[in-house]
Design a protein around this ligand. Sequence first.
Ligand SMILES: Nc1ncnc2c1ncn2[C@@H]1O[C@H](COP(=O)(O)OP(=O)(O)O)[C@@H](O)[C@H]1O
Ligand SMILES: [Mg+2]
Length: 310
Amino acid sequence: MTGMPAALEFEKVSKEYGSFASRQSVRALDGFDLRVETGEIFGFLGPNGAGKSTAIHIAMGFMRPTLGQGQMLGRPFGDAAARRRVGFLAENVALYHRRVDRLMCFYGALNRMGGARLGERAREVLRMVGLQDQAKRNAGKFSRGMVQRAGLAQALMNDPELLILDEPTSALDPLARVMVRELILSAREAGKTIFLSSHLLSEVELVCDRVAVLHRGKLVRMGRTSDLLQSTEQTAIVARGITSDAFGGAVSQNGLVTMTVPISNQRSVMQRVWELGGEIVSVNPVRRSLEQVFLEVTADAQPPQPDGGR
Ligand SMILES: Nc1ncnc2c1ncn2[C@@H]1O[C@H](COP(=O)(O)OP(=O)(O)O)[C@@H](O)[C@H]1O
Ligand SMILES: [Mg+2]
């Protein structure tokens, strides 16, 4: 509508791994369409093997789609100049065995940064991820969580317009997860776009403006996080002055009785409460958790394959 270019856009992207000859090909993406707007925090969800990393690697230009195309920051996938304006955190970070401050400078130089600003920015990003006291340590000796922090610092070096994070919190403890969440929120404050893949739904729920659910290479759900979490089918009715045993499945606590009922039954349940001499305290739609949404849309998922844990 606005005519603004998307931060990230996939157009009917399909990806098959393997050769036609071997008959072992895997369709990791199947006609995948997605548009991420500038300035939003976008959550990219899906079970292991859904195709999230494949989509991200195609956007970064690490490989070509079998079919389809797309743009990153208004340029075709793989465009080198556009890539310098992007920060990328890989799912499995691999770091050279070097001092981490020098590593940051190395990554900055790859993005054509230089001069005094380089060392200054290296210190800045290490502070942002809480590694300031480890700056002179060899990254080869880091724990998995520290490697992930260093990976995140690396992604921030060039002050990117678009931050693409593939499972950024998978190796982090709860405190570090909070740090990542704050980093993401302040990046949005600064006008950046964040594209975040995760299977940690509770994380995504807290920060993302919109989410898409990928399942077997297809987009199965997309919308504002709040809309996906809103259930239209169930209502929670809270009453007092009655006992819970008058209603099947009712829960009683501190003199209040809560009943979760289909919306079509809400009127009759309320009437029954009044007939029993009770009082209605509240009637609210039940919010689904993203976990529930996730289970609904992936209900036909196969058990994980031995190679599905990528
Ligand atoms: N390099 C590869 N060669 C062959 N198959 C792959 C390769 N990378 C991923 N796959 C397969 O593609 C599917 C999607 O994987 P991936 O994109 O890593 O999913 P996710 O990141 O959502 O867990 C899986 O079935 C996976 O085994
Ligand atoms: Mg992955």
